[in-house]
Design a protein around this ligand. Structure first.
Ligand code: 5GP
Ligand code: MN
Length: 339
């Protein structure tokens, strides 16, 4: 966001306002961290703030302060519609287009209220009132750091709750600092760590708090459901509706499984198909130059980032997997040069 736009938003917030914050379906650590960091900052500054997500967030984030006040559209649409109607300013975080938040997005589009868009996904909608978007940024929390720093220099970061939120989003979106990092990001982290919070315990809460059934599911996926296609440096895992029932799991419980495929030597493309009640959801991950955002957008109604994208398919699991395998040779050939 150009500095003058940033100041315009800051000036608008000089008097108490009703602010509405929202982010994508199946919220992750970055959606939660960026939403809650802004929530705390705005509340400290006297605003009335609501956060609403389209769907429930994973229980591993229940420890985050303020998460108990987050509204979920799947559960409470009427209250959320009311909050949208009253809002004087909306923050739309960690998603490139309002279509990513389904009915919640349609509701927001009914009103002529200024929207501040802060995001790091590719192909952003450019029609928002204010935009601070950088697809090269590690996370939306990384960008919220910039926005808050632009407004307040760095003093706000000494608030350990806000620092913890920003740290959590950066931690999760960089796979615990294993990708999308750069020296400037580490400077930001170093500044965050000056606040009094125990960042190792945050890592443990995020990375080492899975229910036993999730680990058993992971074992099942790797033992029974992993298909490796060495000539295309690709690994595929799929889960059916009956697997979800058998392991007593919800969609959020499969988070992270796709990343294990990339641990295999010489595998650079990872795809994870899950059969949801009405659609097939696909997660793509890659290493190096394989731009999975392209395949997610072109063939699976999706998008995301170069090395981490998602999409969906409406004609069943078999058809989704066939379509991917059909497009794989051409995709591999196009991107393989530097891998
Ligand atoms: P995941 O595979 O973890 O669901 O998503 C990986 C990345 O792709 C995330 O940044 C997510 O926001 C994005 N993504 C997932 N599904 C979709 C989708 O259906 N459409 C778009 N545009 N992005 C998606
Ligand atoms: Mn993100």
């Amino acid at each position: 966001m150009p500095a003058n736009e940033l100041l315009e938003v800051k000036e608008f917030l000089n008097t108490p306002k009703k602010v509405f914050i929202t982010s994508h379906r199946n919220p992750d650590g970055d959606a939660l961290g960026s939403s809650l960091a802004l929530y705390h900052y705005l509340r400290i500054n006297g605003h009335t703030v609501s956060i609403a997500f389209p769907s429930e967030f994973p229980s591993v984030y229940k420890w985050m302060i303020g998460s108990e006040f987050i509204l979920i559209y799947d559960n409470d649409p009427e209250i959320i519609n009311e909050r949208i109607k009253e809002a004087e300013l909306i923050f739309f975080l960690d998603a490139n287009n309002l279509s990513r938040i389904d009915k919640l997005g349609e509701e927001i589009e009914k009103y002529d209220v200024p929207i501040v868009h802060i995001d790091h996904h590719m192909n952003p909608d450019t029609s928002f009132t204010y935009s601070y978007v950088d697809p090269k940024a590690s996370s939306t929390c990384d960008l919220v750091f910039d926005v808050l720093t632009g407004w307040e220099e760095t003093s706000f970061i000494d608030n350990e709750v806000i620092s913890t939120c920003l740290y959590t989003g950066i931690l999760t979106d960089t796979g615990t600092f294993s990708h999308n990092t750069n020296p400037v990001l580490f400077e930001k982290i170093s500044r965050l760590l000056q606040a009094p919070f125990d960042h190792i315990s945050i890592q443990s809460l995020v990375n080492n708090s899975l229910p036993e059934k999730n680990l058993r599911l992971l074992g099942y996926c790797l033992y029974k459901r992993l298909e490796v296609i060495p000539e295309y440096k690709t690994g595929i895992i799929f889960l059916t509706k009956s697997d979800f029932a058998k392991f007593d799991i919800q969609r959020g419980d499969t988070e992270g499984i796709v990343n294990y495929i990339l641990k295999i030597k010489d595998i650079d493309i990872a795809v994870f198909f899950t059969q949801q009640p009405t659609i097939i959801k696909i997660s793509f991950r890659s290493l190096g130059d394989f731009n999975v955002e392209e395949i997610a957008r072109q063939y699976f109604n999706g998008g995301g980032h170069k090395n981490a994208s998602g999409g969906s398919h409406f004609k069943g699991l078999k058809s989704a997997m066939e379509l991917f395998k059909e497009k794989l040779p051409e995709f591999f050939k196009k991107h393989k040069t530097n891998n």
